[in-house]
Design a protein around this ligand. Structure first.
Ligand SMILES: CC(C)(COP(=O)(O)OP(=O)(O)OC[C@H]1O[C@@H](n2cnc3c(N)ncnc32)[C@H](O)[C@@H]1OP(=O)(O)O)[C@@H](O)C(=O)NCCC(=O)NCCS
Length: 188
C-alpha cells in the first residue's frame, strides 16, 4: 500500500477515516449559552488535518473551507462527533468531507450540526507541496462522494470567474442604480 516517496501508491478511504468525539464544556459557550461556532470550526480543522495527514503521510495545510452552515445550535453538555474521510484527491491536494453531529447524552438524541468540505494540501519538510497518494474507493457511496467533490471543484472555479465578472462603472449614479434595493448607502 505504501512506499517511501508516495509516487505511485494508493490508499483506501478507510485507511484515514477519522472520528473525533469531544464533550462540550461550559467554557466553549457564547453569551447565549450555546457552543461557539468557532469551537466547532476548530474541531473540524483538527479532524480534517488528522484525516488528510494520515492519507498523505505528510504534514498538511488547510487551503480552503467550503461554506459551513450551522443547522442546529449545540448545547453545553452535549457530545460532538466529527466524522471525516477523504472524498477526493488531486495531485497535491485532497478534499476531506466532515459530518458533524451532536448528541444529548441523557436521551441519546442525535442532531446533524453541519457537513463541510476542507481542501488540504500536503507539504514536505521543506514546505514544498508534495504529491498525495491516490484513493481506493471501496463503495458506491465513496464513488458518489468523489464525483460530487470533483463537481464542487469545477463549480468553485466557475463561481470565482463569475464573481470576477462584476464590472465597476466609473460613475457614482450607476453604482446607486446597481445597489438599488440593497440595505446599504454610499457615503457622501
Ligand atoms: C494552499 C497552498 C499550499 C497553495 O500553494 P500554491 O503555491 O498556490 O500551490 P499550487 O497552486 O501548486 O496548488 C497546490 C494544490 O492546492 C490546491 N489549491 C490551492 N489553493 C486552493 C484553494 N483556495 N482551494 C482549493 N484548492 C486549492 C490546488 O488546486 C493544487 O491542487 P492539486 O495539486 O491537487 O492540483 C498555499 O497557498 C499555502 O501554504 N497557504 C497557507 C495555508 C495555511 O497556512 N493554512 C492554514 C491557515 S491559518
Amino acid at each position: 500500500m505504501c512506499n517511501s516517496n508516495n509516487t505511485t501508491i494508493y490508499k483506501p478511504v478507510s485507511f484515514s477515516a477519522t472520528v473525533i468525539t469531544e464533550l462540550m464544556i461550559p467554557s466553549y459557550s457564547n453569551f447565549g449559552g450555546k457552543i461557539h461556532g468557532g469551537i466547532i470550526l476548530s474541531l473540524m480543522d483538527k479532524v480534517a488535518y488528522v484525516c488528510a495527514a494520515k492519507h498523505a503521510g505528510n504534514y498538511c495545510v488547510t487551503a480552503s473551507i467550503d461554506a459551513v452552515d450551522f443547522l442546529q445550535p449545540v448545547e453545553v453538555g452535549y457530545l460532538v462527533s466529527l466524522m471525516a474521510s477523504v472524498n477526493y484527491v488531486g495531485k497535491t491536494s485532497l478534499v476531506v468531507g466532515i459530518k458533524v453531529v451532536s448528541e444529548n447524552i441523557k436521551t441519546n438524541e442525535i442532531f446533524h450540526t453541519n457537513t463541510s468540505y476542507f481542501t488540504m494540501v500536503a507539504k514536505d519538510e521543506n514546505n514544498q507541496t508534495i504529491k498525495v497518494p491516490g484513493l481506493i474507493l471501496e463503495s458506491r457511496e465513496q464513488v458518489r462522494r468523489f464525483l460530487e467533490a470533483r463537481s464542487r471543484k469545477e463549480l468553485k472555479s466557475n463561481y470565482k470567474q463569475e464573481a470576477e465578472k462584476v464590472v465597476m462603472p466609473d460613475h457614482e449614479v450607476l453604482w446607486r442604480e446597481m445597489l438599488s434595493g440593497e440595505r446599504c448607502t454610499i457615503a457622501n
